[in-house]
Design a protein around this ligand. Structure first.
Ligand code: ADP
Ligand code: MG
Length: 551
């Protein structure tokens, strides 16, 4: 027997360096956080400079409200934020940030300088910190409206993280994508983006429709904007406007899909389903529509706090939102094929909310009897395999594994073909002997990274696995075995099926997961109704139950 190892509390700089990995995965995450902070501070003009693909320097200068001298030191402390004070503030949060983790994380893994001036102060002040161990220094600087953040030598003190980074070109691509997303999200703000001394993009603030169109053209390509239909729709406090790519602009990847909810980019099931449905007549399998759409609604009717990276949201009136979006986009696409930009106004009374019948779709997915639309309340979970529900008809039985596998499969598929499955870096990379299958690393049918696996070949038959899908949680014991199996496959669908099985076998459901599963089951209408032949739900009515008792 080995001696018990003693428990010790990690020094705060080390804990912060580990935690920083959650927020700051790569240079593009730094840029995203800095730009969001500048926007939260009400900036009208933002200038960005990148050096050495963001590893050398990421510099963001804004003309926002600034940070006062007394708060500068606090700004880099974990969980220090000016954006929320109480839990109930989360209900109404409209700022991009509110977790107070970004600057703290950056200061743990880079050389950070934060200079800021506020009105009423004689000078500006500059705070510099070199990694978490060092004490921050505060010096006066000339006064200049707003804040300047310089993040140098990213990951200089966490070499393992630096190794996770891809080629300069790929990291530059990620940085440009973040810039594009944010510049599209706030047309009223002027941006300048340079790489070293070289000016890449200068985007003046858009004051009117023409200027906005020009910005979309500059960021998404003139050819996109020229063939797109402009849509504008409004109904009961829901507003949509933006550019819908026509059939001519279908793409082989989902790489030109920008959907903003109250100025925040979103990849949401309800939204994606509504868009897909609206495009179904013109979008061939394997092709993806292109769009830049802005959706606005009352902030209290959408929860942006569902997902830590905040790409997912939860609409309180999901059905209404779905019906509105799908109708508005469909109408927008019907505008003829003149190729010209057309502005269409959709009249609210034309929208038929009843056309989206949750009941029908949900029943066709779950195999429910058309009369039984309420799934019922959870009575108990039997052996982690079956859920027993009681409802008006009697009892219903749900096959947990089947529901889980459908949800997981659809989630993975959608993520893979959209922005990639969310990955989590392993604290210690794992080496796996994969034999001849090492050649599959360069597979042209499977993009391993999009599937959530970041790995490199380190010997003729060995790969080093650096990241796994976030959904694996902390259970990574059997990941070597899994990877070995995955590299046998030639089709992504087979890999997805294998990953789903791995998660189901290795990750027991918590009580909260079970409740969530029931919620997801109710919402399965938004998922692809193709569930194969497996039965996932059985309703037992009172007569059947009585018969079972007597027979
Ligand atoms: P969060 O954005 O979640 O509050 P951050 O770590 O990103 O956390 O920032 C901490 C705080 O620093 C913010 O709440 C804000 O008060 C201040 N801050 C950061 N960047 C800026 C900026 N560019 N302009 C004004 N204030 C800023
Ligand atoms: Mg922030």
């Amino acid at each position: 027997m080995t001696d018990a190892k003693r428990i010790r509390q990690l020094p705060s700089y080390l804990a912060n360096q580990i935690a920083a990995g959650e927020v700051i995965e790569r240079p593009a995450s730094v840029l995203k956080e800095l730009l969001e902070n500048s926007l939260d501070a009400g900036s009208q003009q933002i200038e960005i400079t990148i050096e050495r693909s963001g590893i050398g320097l990421i510099r963001v200068q804004d003309n926002g409200s600034g940070i006062c001298k007394e708060d500068l030191k606090l700004a880099i402390v974990p969980h220090a934020t000016s954006k929320i004070e109480t839990l109930s503030d989360l209900e109404q949060v409209i700022s991009y940030g509110f977790r107070g983790e970004a600057l703290a994380s950056m200061s743990a893994v880079s050389r950070l300088q934060l200079s800021s001036s506020v009105s009423g102060q004689e000078f500006g002040w500059c705070l510099s910190q070199e990694g978490r161990e060092a004490l921050p220094k505060l010096m006066p600087t000339p006064k200049r409206k707003g804040t300047l953040v310089e993040v140098r030598d990213l990951f200089y003190n966490t070499p393992a993280r630096r190794k996770f980074l891809r080629s300069d070109k790929t990291e530059m691509g990620y940085l440009e994508e973040i810039f594009k997303r944010i510049a599209l999200s706030q047309p009223g703000v002027a941006f300048k983006y340079q790489q070293g001394e070289r000016l890449q993009k200068r985007l003046p603030a858009c004051r009117d429709f023409d200027a906005h169109t020009k910005r979309v053209g500059l960021l998404c390509g003139q050819s996109f904007v020229e063939q797109a239909y402009y849509v504008q729709a409004e109904s009961n406090g829901l507003k949509l406007n933006g550019w819908l790519g026509s059939a001519k602009a279908l793409r082989s990847q989902a790489d030109l899909q920008y959907f903003y909810v109250n100025g925040r980019i979103v990849r949401d099931k309800v939204v994606m389903h509504a868009v897909r449905q609206a495009y179904q007549d013109i979008c061939l399998p394997g092709r993806y529509p292109a769009y830049v759409l802005y959706f606005e609604l009352d902030p209290s009717s959408v929860d942006v706090n569902v997902h830590p990276t905040k790409h997912e949201v939860r609409f309180r009136e999901a059905r209404t939102v779905h019906a509105f979006l799908s109708y508005a986009i469909q109408e927008g696409l019907k505008q003829g094929n003149s190729g010209a930009l057309i502005a269409a106004k959709i009249e609210p009374e034309k929208i038929d909310f009843s056309s989206f019948d949750l009941g029908t779709v949900s029943r066709s997915v779950t195999g429910l009897n058309p009369q039984t639309s309420d799934l019922g309340t959870l009575l108990c979970v039997l052996n982690d395999e079956l859920m027993l529900l009681s409802n008006k008809e009697g009892l219903a039985v749900v096959d947990i594994k089947a529901v889980r596998s459908i949800l997981l499969r659809d989630h993975l598929k959608e993520a893979y073909f959209q922005e990639g499955v969310s990955r989590r870096p392993l604290l210690m990379p794992v080496s796996v002997v994969v034999g001849k299958n090492v050649a599959k690393l360069d597979s042209n049918t499977i993009d391993w990274e999009r599937l959530g696996f970041e790995m490199t070949q380190v010997a003729s038959d060995v790969v080093l696995l650096r990241s796994v899908p976030v959904m694996f949680g902390s259970v990574v014991d059997k990941v070597q075995e899994l990877l070995f199996k995955l590299l046998e496959f030639n089709q992504v669908e087979d890999c997805i099926a294998c990953i789903v099985q791995h998660v189901i076998e290795n990750q027991p459901l918590s009580e909260t997961d079970k409740k969530q599963l029931l919620e997801d089951l109710k919402n399965m209408d938004y998922l692809n109704p193709d569930i194969g032949s497996r039965r996932i739900f059985k309703q037992l009515d009172l007569a059947e139950l009585r018969e079972a008792l007597l027979s």
